[in-house]
Design a protein around this ligand. Structure first.
Ligand code: DWN
Ligand code: SAH
Length: 405
């Protein structure tokens, strides 16, 4: 029996990806034959509307001193977080007497903007290597996992927060009740908790199944977040769609009754109900849709192999661990992956062992086709590579369906 992480009801899974490795555990020659895997299945709880991983590896296996994702690898995301920080400053009227806490601050991509503006802030980031990069930017960071006891510690050592922020982190944390209890105590009476994550509605609509991997334990909607907030005497007061990571939602939460609830919330909940995101039926064709993409992509890669075309990939994303392992994409079909992140380079992709090479070598490689694993950064990457790709090379993308540029 599967028991919901939020409301403890029994629920059914709707997609099974089989055994998966840790998405960011890039292998070395020594670790190639010693990879941890877990059974990756996703289910939907009809009682509280939460979509969730049935099993998730222990957090220490995923977030540690060798965490492989550095947020500042995308220039678009740097601008995005600058705009995010500015919008919070404006909303809450932040100044030198305010206090901002970010959960999962990574390399300081968001908080560096508050440092520049002299607004006191604190990052909470358990992955020590990325936290160290933030410290070098002048950001104060606690290298621990955020939860209710840590929130109490922050009040004791610092003070209550005018804003608690988080991006692409809440969906990583299975112990949501401890997080919301922590938010409840840490947030000032007129404070706001603002976070964004990949949006369930987009994942279902676009079949962006690769947003599902070990780290992403939840796919949120306004329905599930308002339910969760209510359980903790908090309230969802606003929602705002974001184009980042293939379609995300920014949720604003306040103490219950403290602020006016925007009609954006009621409108989105109405739309989600119309789409049926509160019923199991909405998820019933997801698995078949994933398999259609799988069949189309594997067929294309096999045809290109038979034609002796050179196929490489771009962006050793966490998402691509689901794609390569579920589809069975080996170095036989995709020769290598180019990526700008030093800690991933000259290693092998988790599970399928595709070599990850430094981005600098991409321009010497002369491929016929480039499979874009970082499809969520397509606009930024395609612009950057426009002149290189113009000379008879082709992009391959696969969300929402397999396409050649
Ligand atoms: O939720 C999460 C998001 C925010 O980031 C985490 N669980 C882990 C991570 O997910 P991801 O690995 O799927 O994220 P990205 O941002 O799609 O990864 C992009 C990858 O591509 C990075 O390894 C950097 C690389 N890259 C590159 O080589 N050239 C990215 C850009 C923009 C480029 O121009
Ligand atoms: N906010 C960044 C990083 C997202 S990656 C961005 O949007 O780019 C997810 C981050 O969450 C990792 O850096 C990981 O170490 C961190 N994390 C995971 N569990 C956490 C927890 N309980 N508290 C704080 N951070 C956590």
């Amino acid at each position: 029996m599967n028991q919901c992480l939020i409301c403890e009801s029994e629920y059914q899974s709707f997609v099974d990806f089989g055994d998966m490795p840790i998405a960011n555990a890039f292998a070395t020659k020594e670790t190639l034959n010693d990879e941890y895997t877990f059974p990756m299945k996703v289910g939907f709880c009809e009682n509280c509307n939460m979509v969730q991983l049935v099993e998730q590896p222990d957090r220490e296996r995923m977030f540690h001193e060798n965490y492989a994702f550095f947020s500042s690898t995308s220039n678009y995301m740097k601008d995005h977080f600058k705009r995010f920080a500015n919008s919070v400053s404006k909303l809450q009227g932040l100044d030198k007497n305010s206090f901002v806490v970010e959960v999962g601050s990574n390399d300081g991509i968001m908080l560096q903007n508050f440092v520049t503006d002299n607004i006191p802030c604190l990052g909470v980031e358990p992955s020590k290597n990325v936290a160290e990069v933030a410290r070098k930017k002048g950001v104060e960071v606690i290298t621990e996992f955020f939860d209710q006891p840590l929130a109490e510690n922050i009040i004791a050592t610092h003070k209550k927060a005018d804003a608690i922020l988080s991006a692409n982190v809440m969906c990583h944390i299975p112990y949501m009740h401890s997080i919301y209890d922590g938010v409840k105590v840490l947030l000032k009476n007129d404070g706001v908790f603002i976070f964004e994550d990949p949006y369930l509605g987009e994942v279902i609509e676009k079949t962006s199944f690769d947003q599902i991997y070990d780290e992403h334990v939840f796919l949120f909607s306004a329905l599930s977040i308002s339910h969760l907030a209510n359980m903790h005497d908090l309230e969802l007061i606003d929602v705002e769609y974001q184009i980042t990571h293939g379609g995300s939602m920014r949720y604003t939460i306040a103490h219950k009754g403290a602020k006016k609830v925007s009609e954006n919330v009621t409108n989105l909940i109405k739309r989600e109900k119309k789409l049926g995101l509160d019923r199991a039926k909405a998820y019933s064709s997801f698995s078949d849709n994933v398999d259609q993409i799988k069949d189309d992509l594997i067929k294309l890669l096999k045809t290109l192999k038979n034609e002796e075309k050179k196929v490489v990939a771009y962006g050793a994303t966490s998402k691509s661990t689901t794609v390569t392992n579920y589809f069975g994409i080996t170095p036989d079909l995709v020769e290598c992956i180019y990526d700008t992140t030093p800690i991933k380079q000259n290693k092998f992709s988790p599970g399928m062992h595709i070599p990850v090479l430094p981005y600098e070598q991409f321009h010497e490689s002369d491929p016929d086709y480039v499979l874009l694993f970082a499809w969520n950064h397509a606009v930024e990457i395609m612009k950057k590579e426009e002149s290189y790709m113009s000379n008879g090379k082709h992009w391959i993308t696969y969300i929402p369906k397999v396409e050649i540029d």
